[in-house]
Design a protein around this ligand. Sequence first.
Ligand code: NAD
Length: 239
Amino acid sequence: MMNNRKNILVTGSSRGIGLAIAKNFALDYNVFIAGRHKEKLEELCVLNNFSGYYTFDLTDDNAVNNFPENIDILINNAGVYFYSPIEKMKEEDILNSVKLNMLAPYKLIKHCIPYMKKQKWGRIINIGSISGVMGEANASAYSMTKAALIGLTKSLALELAQDNITVNIINPGWVDTELINNENLEADFSKDEIIETIPQRRFVTPEEIAKTCEFLISDNAKTITGQSINICAGLSLGF
Ligand code: NAD
């Protein structure tokens, strides 16, 4: 990179929460977006002045090797949600959840750590879910993988504490994105029913997640590491 700005990689940034995070940083950082559809990413780069894009399916075993290593700030956001009782949960959906929600963040962090250590600075944010904090009926594979991300976050925060690298996880509650509007999602609840379960009776917005990311990578948050931060409009409190 030919400027002094830090490099941020946000996975799953073609839409939803990831795109909001990427847009929030476009003015002050070299933002690299990642997703699966080249034309869409190309268009987003031009529209938002992003620095570049990576088109890889993160469930592919070797996908992470195609990403650059000189990333200062890594935001592991790409994720997939399957809704099904355990007896009907498909083997491929379990595997997909594990590969995308859990293994891809692990491998990407591993890929970026040597550079961060060399720089003596790094910020890693994993996007988990309130389902990984509490549990969610009929979303066992999703919940399992998001809970694993909390363990990964805490362990790496300890391991990397002396390298000036912080690792945190944000656990969103319900956010109104394509993840929950996906027509293939065999959910037996409506959006109105979702809202009834949220103490603040509102969805969290992607921009609210982005603003927390902004804080976590700022100098004011340098002592915040290994934290699991619920942004959920009160959902984690019970109902
Ligand atoms: P979304 O479905 O709108 O976006 C997901 C992004 O991940 C997209 O850019 C998609 O292209 C990318 N992606 C999906 N599969 C991929 C693959 N195999 N390889 C590479 N990229 C892939 O979802 P969102 O709501 O913006 O979710 C973002 C993150 O927030 C996810 O990790 C999700 O689990 C988490 N989350 C969302 C909610 C919610 O209610 N929307 C709640 C809690 C946590």
